[in-house]
Every structure is written in C-alpha cells, then in structure tokens.
Design a protein around this ligand. Sequence first.
Ligand code: SF4
Length: 591
Amino acid sequence: MKIESNYPFSPKQYERELAALIEELLAAEQLDRKKYESIIRRHPKDGRGLFSKSEVIRGFRQLNADLGWGLDESAFLERLRMKPIRTQSGVAPVTVLTKPYPCPGRCIFCPSDVRMPKSYLSSEPGAQRAAQHLFDPYSQTFSRLRTYYNIGHQVDKVELIILGGTWSYYPEAYQLWFVKRCLDALNDFSQTTADEIRQPHESAFDFRRIEDQVDGRHLDRSYNQIVEGYAESVVEKAESASWDEVEKAQSRNENAVARCVGLVVETRPDHLSADELVRMRRLGTTKVQIGYQSLSDRVLRLNHRGHDVAATRRAMFLLRGAGFKIHAHWMPNLYGSSPELDLEDFERVFSDPDFRPDELKIYPCSLIESAELMAYYESGRWQPYSQAELHGVVQGCMRRTPEYCRLTRVIRDIPGTDIVAGSRVTNFRQVAEDRLKRDGIELRDIRSREIRSVQVDPSELSLEVVEYETSVGSETFLQFVTAKRLIAGFLRLSLPSEPVAIPEIQDSAMIREVHVYGLLASIGQKERLRSQHLGLGRRLVEEARRRAESQGYADLAVISSIGTRNYYRSLGFADGELYQHLALGDRDPSP
Ligand code: SF4
C-alpha cells in the first residue's frame, strides 16, 4: 500500500494569519455563522482567498501547543460547530460502494451504468467519490473519515453503510475482504494519521475506463454481460480475506478511535437464507436495506423484478427473527401502477404485520437512459406522474408512516441531467412537508420528530410505548419524548412467539436497536445536558429487560455492533457466538 502525505496545505506557512484569525475566533462572544464569516474575511489567506473551516481546524491543531492557547481541541471544535450537520443523529455515516458486479435482478426501472455497481449512476456525488477510490473499501473509508475530521466532526462512532447491487450475490471472499478493509481503515485512523492519503490497492481496476454503455431502448448487451468480463478479472486474490482476518479486525475495532457502531448492507428479498443471515451477522451487520419496490405481484411481474411478494414476506420474517434492523425501499410510479394503486400498496406496508419496516426509503420511479424502461416510455406504455400526482402519492405516504418508522427519504437524489423523465425538483421533501404543515398535518415518523442538537432537560422526557404485531411475534417500540413529542431516544424490542432461523436466539427476546439522539458525543467525553449523557440508553435497556422478563423470557439478546460490544458488556451482557446475551432468571423460556 502506497501512502502519501500530500495534502497541499501547511498551517506553518500561514502561521501569522491563522494565529490572528483563531485568536479572534476565541475572543468572540457569540460566534454565530455571520460573525464567523466576518472574522474569516478579516484574515484572508495570502491576502486573497479565504481559509476553509478544515484549514482553520488544522491550523488550531498545529499552533495550539506552540502558541499556548491552552484550549482543549474539543472545546474549539464545539465553538466552530455552529450548526452541526450530518452527525446530528449521533453517529457519523460513512457510505462506501462495492465495485461493479453482475446483479441477479432484471428490474426494468434500474439504471445500468457499467462503471458503477448496479442501480448507481456515475453522476451521483457519493458514487463519484467511490469511483475516484476505484471502489477500494480501505481508501473510501479512510478518506471519508478524514473529510469529517477535517471539518471538525467527531468520528468515534461510525455507521458503515455498504451500498451497491445485491450484497448477497457478491462472492463470500469479496464480502469478507470488503468488510475487513473497511474495518482496517477505521482501525488505522487516528489524530496522527488523519492527514494521510491512502491509495487504492495496486491491482484495483479503474472502471471509469470502460467505454461501453447500455442503451435501455436496445438492450443488445445487458449490464451483466458487459460487467461480467471486467468484474471476473478483478475478483482476484487481492480481494479476498479469511474469517480469521475479519475477526481480528473486528477485535481491534472494539477499542479503536473510530468504532463501527452499525454496519449496513443492501440486498434482494429472494437472496436471503438462514446461511446468509449467519454470514451477515458474523461480519458484524446490524441493519439490512431490502428492496420491496412493490407489494403487488402483478406490478413486480410487469417490472421483471424476479421475485414475488411472498419472497418479501419470507425475507422480513428471516431478518426480523434474526434481530436485524430493516430499512425497506419502496417505489411508486412503477410500470403498471397508478397513484391510486400506489396508495393502496403503501397502506399494506404498515397494515400488514408481515412488513412494518423500521426505516423506509420512498424512491418514485425516474426514467434513466440506461434503464429498460426507456423502451416502455418511448412506446407510450409508461409515463411519469405529474408533479401534482407525485405530491399526492408522496404526501399520502408521509401521512401514513407510523411513529416507529423512520422515513429516511421520499425521493432519490439523482442529478437532474440524468433524468429523462420524472421529477427534477431537488427540495421535493421540503415542499411536501411545507404543504402538509400548511394543512395542519403533523408528521409522526421518527425523522420528523428527532431532537437533533436541541438540548434536553431530562425531567421533561417521558417514556412512551408503541406495541404492534409482526410475523415473528410482538414488537415493542420504547421512546423517550418531550412534551412536544420530539424523540430523544428509542429502543426496539422484539418478543418472538414463532421459531426463528438462528438456534442461538431460539428462546430470546431481542433488542434490535437502541438509538439516543443528541449532538454526537465523543466516547468517554462529558458534555452538558446532551441527551446522550442522560443515561437514556441504559434506561431503555433496563426497561426492555424488565418487559422481557415479565413476559417470561429467560434470555435477552442484543444484535450489538462491533463498536458497542464493550458497552453491552458493561451492562452485564455476555458474548455469544453472534449476539450478546443477558440471562433473565430461571423462568420458563416460552412466552
Ligand atoms: S435487484 Fe436492485 S440492483 Fe439489481 S436490478 Fe433490481 S433494482 Fe437493480
């Protein structure tokens, strides 16, 4: 691995300007955005350009000791973090893409950009970053951490989101290598290595060189046919790892500076099995993104989805039974649907106990040139909804999303230049929210109620319980809310009454998720009144324990991440093979 340290900025070179600038920042009484910008303008770099925030932070790090400001770095960052973004849900998300690889799906709406893993587009900013790193997991992860760090965000709790095609279809050796290398990057990252540039592994193939393209109107050669040649040639020895190596990287990560507190993969419903659940768990996976797309067999068939609704029911049963958090994708405006049918379909997402996902992305179908849907559009068989129809459907979905679900997206962020037909409105969600608000409708989903960086008075919080049935048993959603129903923390407890696929948790109640909001708090770092420091997590786990015990369970399992294993050990949980467990007494385990 070639390591370069060529980040082209040296704080020493600007010592005088930076020192004056930082001293003024430190002296400012109320440092809001306006004030910050006026100070920055008063101290230009080279007398011309302005210092970026990351340069100011790097300047502080280097000059603090020399000039004796005697200020703790975290206090300085806190001062600069005038409007926390990205990490306000408590965890730094690091999204990485797998390389282009054949997908078992033939979905007619799916983009086929052969320089990308299936369904992604070279023009999407996140995808571009991945391509620049030649889809190397190590350099993608390390550079994302460095970016966060340089703009002053904490990176000690990281959610690793692995996107691209169908995860379960990639060879096992590649899966192991990919996760191991992401963990290696987390393990290598520290204050002293933060400025280093890490290169992709030497034999990584540059998919940007591929000139072939797929034309959705005339599918002479499909995505899979084109990519197969390249993909096979690069699944090499360099891209494989053993379970032993993965487990060593996991152990190191338990105490690393940047810990993996969540690991997400995305897959198709028909590619899940008991073996796949175990493999995902062994890798440290905590959440699975799963494509429903539609809950109508007719629509799935018309769109060549390749599986039916029964497969989605089965996948949900397997995932929930294994304790995974479930992030579903659902698409309105598919070929063969209509606004009315879409709203009926969406109704099933939450009225049918077999579905009821924890998180949901709504991706209205947009037409992309490389998708087979082009031929349907040109022959008049499919057309996008009007803006009014689309708003009607999406707002209807937003209103129907219950308290226990987080509506993560309501439109896919595809660059307008790539959309042949479909909505190009970039602030679609904002417009939809404003309209609902105007009509006096309060959204209930988690994202609409997150407390974010608001300070919380613990005495203002009350514990509320939402119970609902699922195909596995019953589910309890415990939430700490303010008087205005803002959510400060929640826990998902599954109380299974059906036999599940994994023997280790056959008789266990299961904590599937614990999430406490607040400005991302550094592990071990004290901050005033932030919700992460009110012991909300501990109180939620205690309530889950009490409820599981009262229902007669002998064991409370938790689908812990690599980076939270120590936390659960401190609460008395013991390591099992795939989960951590708390014994609940000698009662009859049957609920
Ligand atoms: S399974 Fe997903 S990635 Fe594969 S073709 Fe269908 S939508 Fe695209």
